[in-house]
Design a protein around this ligand. Structure first.
Ligand SMILES: N[C@@H](CCC[C@H](N)C(=O)O)C(=O)O
Length: 313
């Protein structure tokens, strides 16, 4: 089948984004599309795929996200900014409520991050430390605590955004250690109901540097829900005050983030880019999971250049 998409990124977290509002594929077929389009060795590549889907009730539109391994995530906050932009442009909106897999989020078009860098604010939550929500088989919430059964002596905070995150604050990120722990979580251990995204976070002044090993993906340049979970965990552990803006950054880029205290709703607000790089059409054989033909129909070099100025600082 032929699929039209936009190659986009939020904070360097990149995805083929598909307007799926009129498409009727099964979950198994979407998983296959994700494995083909997000394959880093294939013609497109990405950390997963994003689907703009129809709204329902009080949601103007929806988003689904499939990781590059074909698993579907509860949310994707870098991807949500991109999907929100696609929804705004398709429906002539400036703000919306978005239906996610098991939750809802608020999105709004905000001022350009820098000239030419489209800005979106997302409000997602409530963030939760309930072990059942995080999908971790322990008796009570893990908040800056060593988790029995996890092969690490570090203190972790478990947060559902609602996708599962394990966050630890470190002096210096050790990537080899992060990858080893992330891969352990990917092996579906008994301790975790459905794996987990793992983040090592450095507090730098009032900012957070977040390095994440993503469920279904591996080491990533950026993960929006991890930046949200880390900001919430920083609030819970007194590292960054609830209700204040911080900059959360990672190798792919940066966002502004603010977490509200549990008593104030535990919502995490993120402001960042939604950059569209190019548009293409691809022929995908769903049964064979191969792509046979790709046409780039539009390049958006001005947006790519504008984002490069953000990364250059
Ligand atoms: N990169 C995303 C998160 C994508 C989903 C994640 N891998 C999961 O399975 O939970 C983000 O920006 O939030």
């Amino acid at each position: 089948m032929r699929i039209a998409f936009t190659k986009c990124h939020g904070s360097g977290n990149d995805f083929p984004l598909i307007d799926a509002r009129e498409m009727a594929l099964s979950d198994t077929q979407w998983a296959a599309v994700a494995r083909v389009l997000a394959d880093r060795d294939g013609p497109v590549g990405g950390d997963g795929i994003l689907l703009l889907t129809a709204g329902d009730g009080d949601a103007q539109f929806g988003m689904r996200m499939f990781n590059s391994d074909g698993s579907e995530a509860e949310t994707c906050l870098n991807g949500l900014r991109c999907t929100a932009r696609a929804g705004f442009e398709a429906m002539g909106l400036e703000a919306a409520r978005v239906r996610l897999k098991v939750s809802r989020a608020e999105v709004a078009h905000v001022a350009d991050i820098l000239p030419g860098v489209y800005g979106v604010e997302t409000r997602a939550g409530p963030a939760s430390t309930d072990p059942q929500a995080v999908g971790i088989r322990i008796d009570g919430p893990a908040i800056d605590a060593v988790i029995p059964g996890l092969p690490s002596a570090r203190a972790f905070t478990g947060v559902a955004m609602p996708n599962p995150h394990l966050v630890t604050f470190v002096e210096r990120v050790d990537e080899a250690e992060l990858v080893a722990l992330g891969e352990w979580c990917e092996a579906r251990p008994e301790l975790l109901v459905d794996r987990a995204n793992v983040s090592f976070v450095e507090v730098r002044g009032g900012d957070l540097f977040v390095r994440t090993h993503e469920r279904g993906v591996g080491l990533t340049d950026a993960c929006g829900s991890a930046m949200a979970a880390s900001t919430f965990a920083a609030g819970l552990t007194g590292r960054v005050a609830f209700g204040t803006w911080t900059t959360a950054f990672n190798p792919g880029g940066r966002v502004r983030a603010r977490a509200e205290a549990p008593a104030d709703g535990a919502v995490v607000t993120i402001q960042g880019n939604a950059t569209f790089e190019w548009d293409g059409v691809i022929e995908v054989d769903l049964a064979a999971e191969t792509a046979s033909w790709l046409e780039v129909v539009r390049r958006r070099d001005d947006e790519v250049a504008a984002w490069a100025r953000v990364v250059a600082g």
